[in-house]
Design a protein around this ligand. Structure first.
Ligand SMILES: O=P(O)(O)OC[C@@]1(O)O[C@H](CO)[C@@H](O)[C@@H]1O
Length: 399
């Protein structure tokens, strides 16, 4: 890693929890630079009134100069956050665990713009303009056109291409592009995979069985479209009889998908010509038939690792043949947001998971497990910020 590693706090597991208090570290940069830039983008995208601008100013000031304040007692989720944040309120944002601080930042941002209030801005997604622009953009257009030649490829080639499209779709996250610039769509290849358990993934889903696959979505738009195309492939080729797509209950981490985003993506697909339109039509029917179902749960916006998932979600994942977790944040929550030794076995970190789980993730934060030592050595030798720059990806299956 050429970047400074985040300062951390250790405990009995031996692997330190990532904090944001080391200037120059990735986590510090997210709080000190990415979040203020995001607030500016949101201000520019909406004609907010004075109340919202003042609340956003206060949030910026609190993060830069103050201490973490709790939610107002009248807020609907005050009690939940009072519990999750009791150790951190009254301390600097930079000294709280990075995972917690980011989750709470998004909750406070939504509060500041009136998302949870009773006024006219209730339910207005502050990130919707960015998501919409992406969905209407040339990159999506091109990606949809690229589905046409794939229709003639062999089933195996198609399966691999669609799995990789879903994987690399994770690179196109809007929060990431705030600090990293627009990712180039075609400058990455499978050789950038630092771990590849795709053979195991396909073995878990042999054609013709009655598998249920849970897909825990990450970003909308350029990530969700290839996720949906992969889901269509699983259903169409009998690798799954039923797919449950889990999305966020409210706007989160800039471009995370909610039900409204699934609807927008399905419309985008159905309105497209050629193969994309046919896939969109099939998915629309799958929704009506119940073989594709969208669900959400408050835990998806909780600042907690999956190890602490509630019982109803545990039962849900236990009943799936395979749960596919998309993206960097889900990975951090799956293995724990800590500086593990990179060769710590993925199976060890996911042993608590109630069923088979696959992570499809481009690397956009310091957390990593399950690598071979020679892979780590080669990555370190290359000298770039391989853990955080989104140039590398992984497919890992456990436990
Ligand atoms: O979960 P995603 O969309 O793949 O990534 C989320 C992300 O952009 O947000 C965090 C920093 O804000 C990082 O963990 C990661 O880079």
């Amino acid at each position: 890693m050429t970047e400074k590693t985040s300062r951390v706090s250790g405990d009995a597991t031996g692997a330190p929890v990532i904090l944001s208090n080391e200037p120059g570290s990735f986590a510090w940069g997210v709080l000190a630079k990415r979040h203020p830039a995001l607030i500016q983008q949101v201000r520019d995208a909406f004609p907010y009134g004075r109340r919202q601008h003042e609340a956003l100013d206060a949030l910026l000031d609190e993060i830069a100069n103050g201490v973490i304040e709790p939610l107002a007692p009248a807020d609907h989720d005050h009690e939940r956050w009072a519990d999750w944040g009791k150790e951190y309120f009254g301390h600097s944002w930079y000294d709280a665990p990075f995972l917690w601080a980011e989750g709470y930042f998004y909750r406070r941002l939504l509060g500041a713009v009136g998302y949870f209030g009773t006024g006219p801005w209730q339910g207005v997604d502050p990130f919707a303009p960015f998501k919409r622009a992406e969905l209407r953009g040339e990159a999506v257009e091109e990606e949809l056109r690229a589905l046409d030649p794939l229709a003639d490829a062999s089933v195996e080639e198609r399966a691999t291409a669609l799995l990789h499209a879903s994987l690399w779709g994770n690179r196109a996250d809007l929060g990431f592009s705030i600090s990293a610039g627009e990712p180039g769509p075609s400058d990455v290849t499978t050789s950038a995979l630092v771990a590849d358990d795709s053979a195991t993934l396909w073995q878990l889903l042999p054609a013709g069985t009655s598998a249920t696959v849970a897909v825990v979505a990450d970003n909308a738009g350029r990530e969700l479209i290839p996720d949906l195309v992969l889901i269509d492939h699983l259903l169409e080729h009998g690798r799954a009889e039923r797919v449950v797509l889990h999305v966020k209950p409210y706007p989160y981490y800039v471009s995370d998908a909610m039900t409204a985003d699934v609807v927008d993506c399905l419309r985008r697909l159905t309105e497209a010509p050629g193969e994309a339109g046919r896939i969109g039509g099939r998915l629309w029917e799958a929704m009506a038939a119940g073989s594709l179902e969208v669900r959400t749960h408050p835990f998806f916006c909780a600042p907690l690792p999956y190890e602490e998932m509630p019982e109803d979600l545990r039962v849900e994942f236990a009943s799936a043949t395979l749960t596919i977790l998309k993206g960097d944040l889900n990975y951090r929550r799956l293995v724990g947001d800590r500086l593990w030794h990179p060769t710590t076995p993925f199976a060890e970190r996911t042993a608590y998971f109630p069923g088979a789980v696959a992570a499809l993730r481009t690397l956009k934060s310091d957390v990593i497990v399950g690598l071979e030592q020679e892979t780590v050595d080669a990555l370190e030798l290359a000298g770039d910020a391989w853990r955080t720059s989104g140039t590398h990806a992984l497919i890992q299956v456990g436990p």
